[in-house]
Write a protein that binds this ligand. Sequence first.
Ligand SMILES: Cc1cc2nc3c(=O)[nH]c(=O)nc-3n(C[C@H](O)[C@H](O)[C@H](O)COP(=O)(O)O)c2cc1C
Length: 147
Amino acid sequence: MLGATEYVADALAEELTNYDLNSRIHLTPDLSELDPQATWLICTSTHGAGDFPDNIHAFTRQLPQASLNQIRYLLVGLGDSSYDTFCEAGKTMHRLMQAAGASSIVEPCYIDVLEHPIPEDEAVAWLNSHLQSPKFIQSLNLTGAGA
Ligand SMILES: Cc1cc2nc3c(=O)[nH]c(=O)nc-3n(C[C@H](O)[C@H](O)[C@H](O)COP(=O)(O)O)c2cc1C
């Protein structure tokens, strides 16, 4: 994060407020600081050759030791399809969360910045399409959402 993905997180947080849903953005997430009652909305781009951006590396190293059975999450990955490793960090994050026992509420949203130069528009449209669904709303824990 800390670039295009930060804009995406900000736009999603703003959209959630339109539905009276609170969120708190963690730019350098740490498991000990995340609310296990909240739904986590994880946003990550891909850097290097399929790598995580610097700000989220420490968090990903915590995941293999974590037990996240009670955690529900949404995932938005940003990437560029001109790379063979398109959105690889988002896909790896999804695998790590699943392996730790967390539940993905809906299929992750992987945004190709080559096709969508304003990725926050795409992310907000994705979130909005789900927020129209009462079943989706019910599956959120309405105490808050972490990004
Ligand atoms: C040095 C560099 C390496 C990148 N590597 C990948 C990659 O391996 N896979 C991918 O899908 N996108 C890759 N991208 C594209 C970024 O994920 C994309 O530009 C994203 O919007 C960056 O978001 P950020 O500013 O939040 O980091 C790379 C971009 C740069 C500048």
